[in-house]
Ligand binder design. Structure first.
Ligand SMILES: [Zn+2]
Length: 103
């Protein structure tokens, strides 16, 4: 059973043009059409508020707004991108602590 931390960030494009969504530090880019919502999930091995991508406690994400794009820094060991229904779009989960105990 996974005893670490899970953080979810819901990103919604409320604009009228496609939004470029980049997830760092993986430099992974996705296009979010108008009206669409996606969820960025990241995991950390410990649930004590420490995240490996930042020195500040309880800070699983950092978001940068740039012209026509949004950059999400996920401070955990991995990230998983899915739609609102949970359907996976993409995952960078090679170092995912939540999956290390899975067979
Ligand atoms: Zn993960």
């Amino acid at each position: 059973m996974f005893t670490g931390a899970t953080a979810r960030l819901t990103v919604q494009n409320c604009g009228e043009t496609p939004l470029q969504l980049a997830v760092e530090p993986w430099a992974d880019e996705h296009r979010l059409p108008p009206g669409q919502t996606c969820v960025v999930v990241t995991h950390a091995p410990r649930a004590d508020g420490s995240w490996c991508g930042t020195t500040r406690k309880n800070e699983p994400f950092h978001v940068e707004h740039r012209q026509d794009s949004i950059v999400v820094w996920a401070h955990g060991y991995c990230f998983h991108l899915s739609d609102l229904a949970g359907g996976e779009i993409y995952a960078a989960d090679r170092e995912c602590p939540a999956q290390s105990s899975a067979p």
